[in-house]
Ligand binder design. Structure first.
Ligand code: GDP
Length: 507
């Protein structure tokens, strides 16, 4: 079947001729968190989903003004090696950052550190034993991994699962296992903190096996390596195991041809304007190239590595920050090279138009649905009146309990975190109350945000982003609450409180 550029989940179920609940379940198994009937999926994702049902979905090629990802190179084995992308995942406080710092420090030891290390969401380093280049994702945990995956950007080659020997398998460990499995990414386990007196490596291995990890000790393929970031015991073994896995996956990509990549983070930076970090997937990125990602285009001005060093070119596997965007694309968006800047602009205009059309179609759908409900209610009222006038009894239908919602606008300094926060906020719901995110955005709170919030009766959540004095004043005038946060748990706690205030009092 030919897939439209954009379709709602409910439309997709119709197109694929599967039950909506089945589609929803399958999508959740694949790692999609938003499977509401009205959630819009693009054709690339629709294709992946169709594939899961064994249906061959073809992306509509009718919209000529677009650029497409290239098919895999004919002879991948003949392409040069590229640094594999490794994501550390695991429960909070189990030692991810410490281990990342250990890997990062090999670069610093080698004296290759240029300026001050910048957080760009990924960094390149060499393994100590083999000097092999690897790219570590340095993003805040699972949300980023999931976000990148959901957008069809299966960026990660290896998941390095971190489990503390004194704490064993915890909820986020299980979640990480689930994500790695769903992504079909090979996993390596580092059992950290083995220097702690309460460390119990056997328990961790048993718990991992119970959590469906095919650990080597139980005859499986997943290696578990006990390490201590303090005494450095086991870190060499971890590197050896990592190197072996890297050899197995044998990551390669063509250095020539059109550039493709994936956005990791988008940020507005003082002096640099709109910037993104991205990982080059194929081709060699150079300044002046016209790029397209999502509904943004870029005429590459500068390319920096994580040490703020300006690069003349970035081959596959390199994490870089680039400047020259006209708009900010979103994490996980595919970056494609356009043939010219004009073409890039046309592609973006075309994509925006298609999204607008999909939204308008959705609005029509909502209006029709509302009309249908109104019509039904009017009919019921009429019938009731007729029965009353005839002196017949009227069965009072149980009043359908309406879900109450609190609405929010989320602004954050890094778009990765805005999205992650919005996802967590949307998860706060039950049958009676729900948190609704109207809009997420990157950067400071603007006048527009305030007016948007005012129109919808929403609260603005400003996460590690500024609210200027004039904006504060406008918000006060418009009676729009703006709340500032720099800790996500606090933010979620407050929202839970908002929601519980909506619940009827317990009698
Ligand atoms: P993350 O939340 O997973 O990134 O965990 P961190 O890397 O921030 O580590 C949490 C705490 O555990 C920090 O206080 C670390 O110093 C400590 N830690 C990490 N690795 C080890 C280890 O191997 N041994 C010991 N004793 N402490 C560790």
């Amino acid at each position: 079947i030919v897939l439209p550029k954009f379709a709602t989940v409910s439309n997709l179920a119709t197109l694929l001729q599967v039950r909506f609940v089945d589609l929803q379940q399958r999508m959740q198994d694949m790692g999609y968190s938003d499977t509401d009937p009205d959630h819009i999926v693009d054709d690339e994702n629709a294709q992946l989903i169709a594939d899961e049902f064994g249906i061959e979905g073809q992306v509509s090629q009718s919209h000529g003004d677009d650029v497409y990802a290239q098919p895999p190179p004919e002879n991948l084995a003949a392409c040069p090696e590229r640094p594999p992308v490794i994501a550390l995942m695991g429960h909070v406080d189990h030692g991810k950052t410490t281990l990342l710092d250990y890997f990062r420090s090999s670069q610093i030891v080698k004296g290759e550190k240029g300026g001050i290390t910048q957080h760009i969401g990924a960094f390149m380093t060499n393994l100590r034993q083999t000097n092999r280049q690897v790219c570590f994702l340095d993003t805040p945990g699972h949300e980023a991994f999931l976000k990148l995956r959901q957008r069809g950007a299966n960026l990660t080659d290896i998941v390095l699962l971190v489990v503390a020997a004194d704490d064993s398998v915890m909820p986020q460990t299980k979640e990480a296992i689930k994500h790695a499995k769903a992504a079909g990414v090979p996993m390596l386990v580092a059992i950290t903190k083995i220097d702690r007196p309460e460390a119990n490596i056997e328990k961790v291995t048993a718990d991992l096996a119970a959590a469906d990890v095919d650990v080597e000790d139980y005859g499986g393929e997943t290696q578990t390596i006990p390490v201590s970031a303090v005494t450095k015991q086991g870190v060499d073994d971890l590197e050896t195991a990592l190197t072996a896995l890297i050899e197995v996956i044998d990551a390669r990509a063509p250095k020539y041809g059109n550039v493709e990549g994936v956005i990791v983070e988008s940020q507005k930076l003082k002096g640099l304007g709109l910037t993104t970090s991205m990982i080059v997937r194929r081709g060699t990125l150079k300044p002046k190239m016209p790029l397209v990602a999502g509904t943004a285009h870029c005429h590459v001005r500068q390319i920096f590595n994580e040490n703020n060093k300006a690069l003349k070119e970035a081959p596959p596997g390199t994490p870089v920050r680039i400047t020259g965007w006209q708009d900010l694309p979103e994490p996980g968006d595919t970056v494609l090279q356009a043939s010219s800047e004009d073409m890039a602009k046309r592609v973006v205009a075309n994509r925006k138009r298609l999204i607008q059309e999909a939204l308008e179609a959705k609005q029509v759908e909502i209006i029709n649905e509302n009309r249908r409900i109104e019509h039904m209610m009017a009919k019921e009222a009429k019938e009731k009146a007729e029965r009353l006038s005839l002196g017949l009894s009227v069965d009072e239908k149980e009043t359908v309990s309406q879900q109450k919602t609190c609405s929010y606008i989320v602004k954050a300094d890094v778009s990765g975190s805005a999205e992650a926060i919005a996802d967590c906020v949307k998860d706060l719901r039950n049958d009676q109350v729900a948190a609704d995110v109207l809009f997420t955005g990157v950067g400071a709170v603007t006048e527009n945000d305030v007016f948007r919030a005012q129109a919808a009766g929403a609260t603005i959540l400003a996460f590690t982003t500024q609210v200027s004095r004039p904006i504060q004043r406008i918000a006060e005038q418009q009676k729009v609450p703006i709340r500032n946060y720099d800790v996500i748990y606090k933010l979620l706690g407050d929202i839970s409180e908002d929601l519980s205030n909506l619940l009827p009092p317990v009698i």
